[in-house]
Write a new protein. Structure first.
Length: 38
């Protein structure tokens, strides 16, 4: 087995909505999303 180095690219975009953290029940993981303003 070989282990190599990886690359992570991050793009930051400003949105007027507030980010909120919640659990996605489909995958059972914490996810960040935009708060629905409606």
């Amino acid at each position: 087995m070989e282990v190599g180095t990886g690359l992570l690219e991050v793009t930051v975009t400003a949105y007027p909505q507030q980010l909120e953290c919640g659990i996605d029940p489909k995958i059972g993981a914490n996810v960040l999303g935009l708060r629905d303003s409606h």
